[in-house]
Design a protein around this ligand. Structure first.
Ligand code: PMP
Length: 393
C-alpha cells in the first residue's frame, strides 16, 4: 500500500468538525503540494506568455510549457510530443475533434457505448452525426463481439473507464475491430489515465482525451492526443499561434501541435500537468493501480455485503468509481447526510443520462477513489450509509 496523504494538504482539513473523507475524486482529484507550488511559483516568478517573446521570462515559460508536453507524451507513450495537444480538458478535446471531423460526421454515424459521459455524446450530435451504441449485458458491460460497423460509421468514440460504474473497457480490442474497418477511434480516458497505465502506441487509437484536474493537476487544462496519422486535420479553432502565413485571401497552418493550439493556452495548467505526471511517475502507475485496486475492491465488497444497498456495474476490471443506491432513500438525501459526517460523495446522474435510463433509475450515490484513498475511507463510507439507513428507518 502507498501512503501519500501527507502530500495532499487539503486532506488534513476538517469539515463540520469531522475529518474530511474525500470520495469525489472522479469529479476532480485533490492536488499534491508539488502541483500547488508549481502553479503558485509560475505566477510568482515565471509568468509570461509563450512562444511569442524574445525576452527571458517568455523563453523560460515556453521551455517549461514544452517540457510539460514532453512529460505528458512520455506518460501516455506517444511516438512524438507533437501528438500531444493541450486543451481546456476532456470536454474541450472531444469538442475539437467533433468540430474538425464535422464534414465527415454530418449525416453519418458515430459508434459509442451506452455508458458514455455526456461529453462523449453531445459533441457528436452537434456535429450532425447519429449515435449508435454497442450492445451491453445486464451489468452494462459493453459486448464487444456485438460491435457493428457499417459504411456509415465514421468514428468509434468510447470511454476507457466509466465515470459512473468504474467498469473498464477493452479499448485495445475495440480499436482493433474498428481498424479492421478503417474507422478511426477516439478514447475518452478522463476516468482511466490517473488509475491505470496507458500506452497509446499499444492501444493504437487515433485520439485520446483526458483532463488535468482529474489527474492531480490544475483545472482548465487537458490533453488531446492526436495520432500523427491526423497531422493535417482541419483545426477546430483559428487564431494566433497556429498559423504559418496569413493573408486576407488565405491562411496556412503550422504543423501539430501548434496547428491545434490557437490563442494563449493555460500555461500554468499545462506546467502543472507536467508536475502531476512527474508525481505519479515517481510513485509508479503500476503501484498506484495496485494500491487503488486494493482499496476499490475492499470498498466494493463492503458495499455488496450491506443489506438494502444496490451496487451497479460488475466486471473483471474496475477502477475509480462505485455507484450505488440505498433502498428507500433518494440519492440526494443520502449525499446530504453523509456530507454532514465529512464524507464527500457525488449524487445524481453524473452526466450519464442514457446510462441511468438503461439502469432504470434517476441517479446514484457515487464514491470515487484516487491514489490517496484508504480502506479507512471505505469504512467511513460504510458508516455513512449505515447512518443514512438508521435516519431513514
Ligand atoms: N468523460 C468522462 C468519462 C468524465 O468522467 C468526465 C468528467 N466527469 C468528462 C468526460 C468531462 O471532463 P471535463 O469536465 O474535465 O472536461
Amino acid at each position: 500500500m502507498i501512503d501519500v496523504r501527507k502530500d495532499f494538504p487539503i486532506l488534513e482539513k476538517e469539515v463540520y468538525g469531522k475529518r474530511l473523507v474525500y470520495l469525489d475524486s472522479a469529479a476532480t482529484t485533490q492536488k499534491p503540494s508539488c502541483v500547488i507550488n508549481a502553479i503558485s511559483e509560475f505566477y510568482r516568478s515565471g509568468n509570461s506568455n509563450i512562444h511569442r517573446g524574445v525576452h527571458y521570462l517568455s523563453e523560460v515559460s515556453s521551455e517549461r510549457y514544452e517540457k510539460a508536453r514532453e512529460k505528458v507524451s512520455d506518460f501516455i507513450g506517444a511516438r512524438n510530443s507533437s501528438e500531444v495537444v493541450f486543451t481546456a480538458g476532456t470536454t474541450d478535446s472531444i469538442n475539437q475533434v467533433a468540430c474538425s471531423l464535422r464534414p465527415v460526421l454530418a449525416g453519418n454515424e458515430v459508434l459509442i457505448t451506452g455508458v458514455e459521459h455526456h461529453s462523449n455524446i453531445v459533441p457528436w450530435q452537434m456535429a450532425g452525426a447519429t449515435l449508435k451504441a454497442i450492445q451491453m449485458d445486464d451489468d452494462c458491460n459493453v459486448l464487444i463481439d456485438s460491435m457493428e460497423i457499417t459504411d456509415r460509421t465514421k468514428l468509434v468514440a468510447i470511454n476507457h473507464a466509466s465515470n459512473v460504474l468504474g467498469s473498464v473497457n477493452d479499448i485495445k480490442e475495440i480499436t482493433e475491430i474498428a481498424k479492421d474497418h478503417d474507422v478511426p477511434v477516439l478514447v475518452d480516458a478522463a476516468q482511466s489515465v490517473q488509475h491505470v497505465p496507458i500506452d497509446v502506441k499499444d492501444v493504437d487509437c487515433d485520439f485520446l482525451a483526458f483532463s488535468g484536474h482529474k489527474m492531480y493537476a490544475g483545472t482548465g487544462v487537458g490533453v488531446l492526443y492526436v495520432s500523427e496519422r491526423f497531422n493535417d486535420l482541419l483545426p477546430a479553432r483559428g487564431g494566433g499561434g497556429m498559423v504559418d502565413k496569413v493573408t486576407l485571401e488565405k491562411t496556412t497552418y503550422l504543423d501539430p501541435p501548434q496547428r491545434y493550439e490557437a490563442g494563449t493556452p493555460n500555461i500554468a495548467g499545462a506546467i502543472s500537468m507536467g508536475v502531476a505526471v512527474d508525481y505519479v511517475q515517481n510513485i509508479g502507475m503500476d503501484k498506484i493501480k495496485e494500491h487503488e485496486h486494493e482499496v476499490y475492491s475492499y470498498a466494493r465488497e463492503r458495499l455488496l455485503e450491506m443489506d438494502g444497498v444496490t451496487v451497479y456495474g460488475n466486471t473483471d476490471e474496475m477502477c475509480g468509481a462505485i455507484s450505488f443506491n440505498i433502498e428507500g432513500v433518494h440519492h440526494y438525501d443520502a449525499g446530504l447526510i453523509m456530507d454532514k459526517m465529512g464524507i464527500a460523495v457525488r449524487t445524481g446522474h453524473h452526466c450519464a443520462q442514457p446510462l441511468m435510463r438503461s439502469l432504470g433509475i434517476e441517479g446514484t450515490v457515487r464514491a470515487s477513489f484516487a491514489l490517496y484513498s484508504t480502506k479507512e475511507d471505505a469504512d467511513m463510507l460504510v458508516e455513512g450509509i449505515e447512518k443514512v439507513r438508521v435516519l431513514h428507518a
